[in-house]
Design a protein around this ligand. Structure first.
Ligand code: ATP
Length: 230
């Protein structure tokens, strides 16, 4: 999956100018960047919410083969968690295998919420349910926009295990956005750093630290925010 020479503006506001990046099929892809850099816009372009410029977006699956967990996903509040899970399951053509991490996530987090109506969930519980529901859909590409937003540090790790298991166990393609940079220390991730309307870096964490000439991820982030394109 590759983006070549992408230009994109919202009316007069330019978001991407000759943006180039690759996403790797058999690795977890993590988009990072400052607030307002364009991470969600990039996911919207990949999904097709915003019309994809065909010549710039190469080898991405079609919308019907992508499941996208939006930043603020919302559902009918009167449904219970069980009803929402069943709704997601009903959109699969057939029964699908689940990963060990999905089973653990269900047992540790979802099970005790199963008969709760969505309107009675806390923000973090709601987020956990939406990430779980997205993960049980059978698609070629999974997009998660800030799946750790509002999540406590224990469940953060369970969510990352769950997302990674889609890549490792199910051989799915996954692209997520992330603000919790320290989490990159424990992930085998391909990082795409969006800044200054370009991809300012792509590669793994040690390459990113090396490129920024530091062993501190926050310093690397600060140094790269305004760097020139990759
Ligand atoms: N529909 C829209 N119309 C006009 N401008 C928009 C629209 N959506 C987003 N923007 C602007 O585009 C820029 C990029 O927004 P985007 O949501 O992609 O950033 P982001 O990197 O995901 O930010 P954050 O980390 O805060 O979630 C922002 O300046 C935002 O104000």
């Amino acid at each position: 999956m590759e983006i070549k020479h992408l230009n994109f503006s919202y009316k007069k506001k330019e978001i991407f100018a000759d943006f180039n990046a690759k996403f790797i099929g058999d690795q977890l892809n993590v988009i990072i960047g400052s607030n307002g850099a364009g991470k969600t816009t990039l996911l919207n372009l990949i999904y097709g919410f915003i019309d994809r410029p065909a010549s710039a977006m190469i080898d991405f699956p079609s919308m019907s083969n992508i499941i996208y967990k939006f930043q603020n996903m919302s559902f009918f509040d009167e449904l219970t968690v069980k009803q929402v899970i069943n709704f997601f399951k009903s959109m699969n053509d057939h029964t699908v295998a689940v990963t060990n991490a999905q089973v653990s996530f269900y047992n540790e987090i979802i099970k005790e919420l199963i008969n709760t109506k969505l309107r009675s969930l806390s923000g973090g519980e709601y987020q956990s349910v939406m990430v779980y529901c997205t993960s049980i859909m059978e698609r070629e590409l999974y997009l998660f926009d800030e799946p750790l937003s509002g999540i406590d540090s224990y469940i953060e790790n369970l969510i990352l295990d769950l997302v990674e298991s889609l890549v490792v166990e199910k051989k799915k393609k996954v692209i997520m956005t992330l603000h919790q940079l320290a989490k990159l220390n424990s992930l085998q991730a391909h990082i795409v750093f969006v800044g200054n309307k370009k991809c300012v870096f792509q590669g793994n964490l040690s390459q990113m630290l090396q490129a920024a000439d530091t062993d501190d991820i926050d310093i690397a982030f600060k140094r790269m925010r305004q760097a020139v394109s990759c």
